[in-house]
Write a protein of this length. Structure first.
Length: 87
């Protein structure tokens, strides 16, 4: 994955999660990741957030995702921080 592209060689399920400083956010993310892996049998989970959103980045790290660089989504003027699971 290089900055400037948003192309994957496999199917992608996009799930947007918005939380406003609540403890339920981590539970929701853990549950979503579990659903993706077990029920949907997805091998890899990716996430994006704004580079300055340290709270969201902390949640993504807490559920086991690792920072993997930056990407620019089509039609956007700014980069997004890109995170990926170990699978």
């Amino acid at each position: 994955m290089r900055a400037g592209s948003w192309e994957f060689p496999y199917p992608v399920l996009d799930l947007g999660i918005r939380c406003n400083k609540c403890n339920k956010c981590i539970e929701w993310c853990v549950g979503s990741a579990r659903l993706a892996r077990r029920a949907l049998r997805l091998g890899r989970i990716v996430a994006i957030t704004t580079p300055g959103n340290t709270a969201s980045q902390a949640v993504l790290k807490k559920i086991g995702l690792k920072a993997a660089g930056v990407v620019r989504l089509p039609g956007k003027d700014e980069d997004s921080a890109y995170f990926v699971s170990e699978g």
